[in-house]
Structure formats: C-alpha cells, structure tokens
Ligand binder design. Structure first.
Ligand code: DGL
Length: 271
C-alpha cells in the first residue's frame, strides 16, 4: 500500500483524459496534475525544447512526492527527456506503448491511423511501437496542429462548426485509407472524441492514449502492491503555469466536476 499521489503532466488540458480514467479505475488514488499552460503547445516545438520542458515538469512532480509519473502527453512520450528519466527512483510511463498495444489488438484489417502533433508524427515513435507488435501493418500518420489550440480555447462541443470543419479536412485521408483503428495520438484529441467519431463512423475504433496509460498504471500499481487502499475518495490537485480560470472551466466540463478552488498556479521555470 502506498498513499502517495500519482503524478500526471501534459502541456495543458490533454492529460486530464488520463486523469478521468484514473479516477474511474482507482477512485481512492490521490492525483497531482500539472498542465504547462503557459508553454502549450509542445507539439510544434523542437525535440530539445520539448525535452527541456518535460524535465522541468518531472522535477515539479517529484517535488510533490508522487509514487509514479505519467507523461500524459504524446509529444513528450515520443520525445522523452531520457537523461532525466534514467535518474528517477520511481516508475515513469508515457502513453505511447499502451496506446499502440490497444490499437494492435483492435485492428482487423491492419490499417491503423495516427493523428498527433507535428513533433510526434515527425518522431515516427507510434509507427515504431506498432511495428514491434504487429507484422506488416499499414500505418497512416497525420499531423493535426490546429486541434490543440481549438481544445485549449474550449472549442470542444460535438457540434462546434469550426472544429468540425478542421476535423473533416484532417480526417479525410484516414477515411480514404480505410483505417479501422485510429489512435488519437495527442492526449488533447479525446476531448473532441465524439466529434471525431461522428466523422469516422461507428466501425472505426478510436484509441485514447491517456486512458490506455491509466489502465497500464492500474495494472502496474496492483502488481507492485502500491495501490492506495484507504476507504476515502482520493484527492485531486491541479497545477498550471498560466491562467487558472480557463483551465478549470474546460477541464471541469470534461471531468464533469467543479474544479474551482482546486487549481493552483506555479512558476514552472524555477524547477
Ligand atoms: N497533449 C499533448 C500531446 O499528447 C501535447 C499537445 C501540444 O502541446 O502540442 O501531444
């Protein structure tokens, strides 16, 4: 039994897709979330910058005495700060492998689509992970840089005409290529999962990397006897590096929770 919190980070709102699944699977766990909202997006930046930011995010979570860290960010998972990760004395996971494994189990025609940030697509990391699991897959990758700012600005409604227009154009290639499984390879994208599902149709399986990472963490903590076995509901604390109100509002809609009073601001540059 380990009562310490699970640490989760992302460039902004995306990682709450992992938080939602963690809360569902393990309601007694305490969670510390960090969203680097002053430096979002990560996905259009260089590998070096992403690694530098991610190392600071990890150091902040370490200062909160967490028992495991989840990089709930496809971009960081595909461009990990390896030197920092190697020094960690606690477990660390990204979202890439859990998502790739689920996609490989879900596909029937071996045609898997990946939509993600430019830095993730550029890294080729999802494709590499899929090829290590599945023989001879057809992989179609597409960078969708406009999705992150749309999500961060709250354009997440299923019927939002602006997001629909952008999504239709981005997803055209996935429909043309007849993928039967689509990895929403940036953790921001499941916030518009319903809208994406409307375009792709019910026969295409959508994979949420944050949710898959949460399942992986549940299995890991269970195997290691590190679950929080207290009867009380876990506490969730959110930290951001910029405006508290807009984060609380959009995250609150997605988590169906009132986050006012639960979000604090920190200076991430000092970590
Ligand atoms: N949510 C992140 C990801 O999974 C980062 C998006 C961004 O900041 O560009 O890639």
């Amino acid at each position: 039994m380990d009562k310490r919190a699970i640490g989760v980070f992302d460039s902004g709102l995306g990682g709450i897709t992992a938080v939602r699944q963690l809360k569902q699977l393990m309601p007694h766990e305490n969670i510390i979330y960090f969203g680097d909202t002053s430096r979002v997006p990560y996905g259009t930046r260089s590998r070096e910058t992403i690694q530098k930011y991610a190392a600071q995010d990890i150091r902040f979570l370490l200062s909160q005495d967490v028992k495991i860290i989840i990089a709930a960010c496809g971009t960081v998972s595909a461009n990990p700060p390896s030197e920092t990760i190697e020094t960690l004395e606690i477990d660390f996971t990204g979202v890439l492998l859990p998502a790739a494994q689920t996609a490989c189990s879900a596909t029937k025609n071996r045609r898997i689509g990946i939509i993600a940030t430019p830095a993730t697509i550029r890294s080729g990391a999802y494709g590499k992970a899929i090829r290590s699991i599945l023989h001879n897959p057809v992989i179609i990758g597409k960078a969708c840089p406009l999705f992150v700012p749309l999500v961060e600005n709250g354009y997440i409604g299923r019927d939002n005409p602006v997001t629909q227009l952008v999504a239709k154009e981005y997803l055209e290639v996935m429909k043309a290529e007849r993928v039967d499984t689509l990895i929403l390879g940036c953790t921001h994208y499941p916030l518009i999962e319903e809208l994406i599902a409307d375009i792709m149709g019910p026969e295409v399986a959508l994979v949420s990397p944050g949710a898959e990472a949460a399942k992986y963490v549940q299995a890991l903590l269970t195997n290691k006897g590190m679950l929080n076995e207290e009867d009380t509901a876990g506490e969730c604390r959110y930290f951001v590096s910029d405006d508290i109100a807009s984060f609380a509002e959009t995250a609150g809609i997605f988590l169906q929770d009132d986050l006012s009073g639960q979000v604090e601001k920190i200076q991430i540059e000092t970590y």
